[in-house]
Structures are given as C-alpha cells and as structure tokens.
Design a protein around this ligand. Sequence first.
Ligand code: PEP
Length: 231
Amino acid sequence: MIVASNFKTNHNRKSTKEFVDFINNQNYFSEVRIYPPFTALNNFELTPNIRVGAQNFYPVQNGSFTGEIGFDQLEEFDVETVLVGHSERRHVLGESQESICLKYNFAKEKECEIVYCVGEPKEIREQGIEAVMSYIWKQFDGIDIDYDELVVAYEPVWAIGTGLSASLEDIKEVLDNLRAKVKAPLLYGGSVKVETTKDILDIENCDGILVGTASWDVNNFSKMIEIADNL
Ligand code: PEP
C-alpha cells in the first residue's frame, strides 16, 4: 500500500522536519510519500519505504526560468518522487495537458517516480461514468502509461479539499476502468480522512491514498499509515 501526503502550501521547514522525523521513526512498512513545499526539502535520512518528494518542478535541469525549480535543485535533496498533473495545478494554476506532458517526460527521463493525478470536475461527474472515463482518458494524452515508475492517483476535482469524498462505488468504478488499461499502482485522493481510510483501501484495485488536508496533522497521517499496515 502507498500512503502519500501532499502538504500543498502548508508546513514550514521546521514543522516538515519534525513531521518527517516522526514518521520515519515508526517502522511502518507501507510505502510512504511526503510532498512538502520546496522550501522544506532537506537531506532527510529515511528508511527505504519512505520518500520525500516534490509537488511540482519546471521541466529543465537548470536555466533561466525566474521563480522556477529545476532538477538541479531537486537532486540536491535526492528527490526521487514527484507529483504531476495535480488538479490544483491543472485547474487553479492553469497547467495545460501539453505542459503536464513536458513535466511527465522530463521526470521520466530522470527515472523519477511520478504520481500522476487525474480526475473529473463536478459537471462531468454529473454526466455519469462514461463521461468521467472519457474525461480521464484525455488526461492520459501524451502520457506513457507503461512507465515503470508510474503511480496513478484518481482525484475527482470536486472532492479535493472540499470534505466531500467520492462514494466507495464511484471510486471502485473508476479504478476498475483504469485497471483495465493501466498496470501501475492506483491511488484514490479527495478528502480522505482517518475514518474513511480503511474502507477506501479495502476497495479492489485501490493500492493506496493521496491525502491533503487530513494528512497535515502528523497523528492523523500516522493513523492512516497504521491502517494501511494492518490490511
Ligand atoms: C490532494 O491534495 O491531493 C488532496 C486529495 O487533498 P484533500 O485530501 O485535502 O482533498
């Protein structure tokens, strides 16, 4: 099982270190991923099942891209896992599928693990599963689904940060459809809470969770990992 925390624009350098150290000292055996803000990246000494990664990057090694972070900067902190295509980057920050593909391909060239996020907005969900899957498959345009270091996160846009999780049936239906074509591990994300973690992880074809809000409290995140460890 993979249990991942996306800090988004939360936590600072000190609180991130405390968070990562706490998680690292628990001897969990699930695969744990933590995505802090760039400014909190560090040379953490981690057990092999725990990785600290980047929420974003600019698809260059280095160069003149004021305000951006390339791989020279990530490699300084041994970053080996990145998020690509997160809904906030697509829908709030306006990233196109074209620029998402550039990032995907760059991270793939670097042999970095990619947690690739897909998911439909509310108006598409309201049209039913066929519309949902057709929307999601378009988000795979230009994406190599056979990449060995790929992890796919199904995150409905309307469920992210809203407190409204998708129903277990809806999650299962999308993950089953994804599984028919994608062999990579499949995560669900969208207002996952400690109380909903077990039921979500119990879904067939669900290999883990990507969590924002509920994971920012280290005790909650620990409980989620413990649930995954006990499955
Ligand atoms: C996310 O940021 O990927 C996410 C799922 O956030 P939240 O858990 O807050 O919905």
